[in-house]
Design a protein around this ligand. Sequence first.
Ligand SMILES: [Zn+2]
Length: 264
Amino acid sequence: MPWSWRKLLAIHPLVRNHFWHSLGNGQNTFAWHDTWATCCPIIDIVTHRMIKEAGFESHSKVVEIIENGSWRLPSFWDNRILNTNVPLLQEHMMDSIKWCTDAGVLHDFSVSLAWEDLRVREPLVDWYHILSCPLCSTQPDSHTHLFFDCPFSSRVWDEVNKIAGLSLYGGSWADVLHDLKKIARKNFVHSVVSKLILAGAVYNIWQERNNRLFNQSKRSEDKLIQIIVSTTRLKLMTLRFKNNSRTEAALSHWKLPSSLLIPT
Ligand SMILES: [Zn+2]
């Protein structure tokens, strides 16, 4: 299961019933906790103790409770479980997760589908909060927004570019990606700095988004800017550069020692 889904499940019981596990080999679906048949989650019907006494673990998978097309479950368990048709497992097929709409139709999961489904029935602030960008809290959360439109990201991006002296790039992520393609293989100090700044910005903005969503921790734009610039500088300290006027200018801009120059 992709990590973000696992987190979604963990933080919001509301969406739990909508996630439907479509069985393949049954090796990745939790027997008692996941929803893979109409009697699920089974943990609502049996106790942990009953599971233990039947010789299973709380994290047993569906494949473990089926043998030769029959349930391996105690015959005194609830009929809602025992009368459920035993799923036909397929050894070479992975289990997959689908989104079950209110109408009971299974779809491949997408945020927009989930949003449409929940918006109508459960106009809950919490759910909206999950889907809106955690950095600026205004727009729906998406990669495009996060890296191209988000005011928080833009401010961080503009500022690190300014500090790094990369004004040449005009500030927008799209321009940078375009320009970087042309110089990606070159080792000029300028392209090295561009790559480090870009990588640092992407990494830290993505990490900040996730921290705010899942760890309730929050750093300011200025803090992020400072981290990106200082890690870029530390990385530059580990490199060596050919001596020319541009390199010298870059070293002085970053207040780096001239010992980083390769002697000619
Ligand atoms: Zn945003």
